[in-house]
Design a protein around this ligand. Sequence first.
Ligand code: ATP
Length: 303
Amino acid sequence: MRLSRRHPRYASLVVRARLAAASRAGLVVPEGLIAQGRGEAFDYLLGERTSRSARSAERAAARWLLAAARPVVSVNGNVAALAADGVARLAAAIPHLTVEVNLFHRTPSRARAVAAALRRAGVRRVLGVAPTARIRGLPSDRALVDAAGILRADVVLVPLEDGDRAAALRARGARVISIDLNPLSRTSLTADLPIVDAVERALPNIAAAARRLGGAPIRGRPPAVDAPALRAAALATIGRRLRAAARAPGPRARRPGRASRPRPRGSGGRSRRRPAPRGRRCRSRPRRRPRAGSARRSPRASR
Ligand code: ATP
């Protein structure tokens, strides 16, 4: 299907078309399409752009990843479909970052498809296609990880995660950076550093911030982050936009009865103007009422 660039929701249609194609190719599961819908709804409320607070969270994420000894970015089907080149850019900007496939709905062929999409985008080394370890206490396939990757990571970047695994990673002592458009999701509520932004925008922003920092590992502790304040800022953005929308004037109301009044029969579709009553003809301007106490008197009053 051809999409017109002039369509007001062109960008969103392109994303949908990309995900639908990825779903047909077996990269994205139908549940992933539903997750995208939830994300889109929040992005709509957030104004479909990176907010100031999200940008500062992305700068902090770059510092956290550069300061980590064993940073990992976890990639699922939606992330590979929407932002494989964002992952590649991030891996290029942070050379010691490990890229690992991690899927809730795992099949060997899907894991291979996600890895292939990442390699096509330029990621050289991809872990997680053949998991070698398991995170204890997690019932889903998200528990299947690589012993050289997520299992020993000290900082994990989890775009489009579920809350259970974010909590399990934290319980293991890893610091969790989330990318999730929903500031109310369990993932956002659990993360040490919640980034409330679209993964397509957030990953390139983090990569750019890491490049500006020189791309080399940073010594010492990364900056502290106020996670509740980041979530509150995202909610405040949504609140401001909703209040502005509630104040915005709607389309001008029609005068009651005008449009719906049936035309008289036999008028041939044209409206017949009734002549104005005598004495009211040809008045182009409304008559002004004299101001109280005004020195000027109307001609009638002088009669
Ligand atoms: P949680 O367990 O954290 O509450 P969830 O059940 O809300 O997660 P999932 O289906 O596991 O949701 O994950 C989808 C999440 O990803 C949703 O919160 C959605 O807002 C978010 N999301 C969807 N598309 C994007 C996107 N393009 N960029 C960032 N976040 C997205």
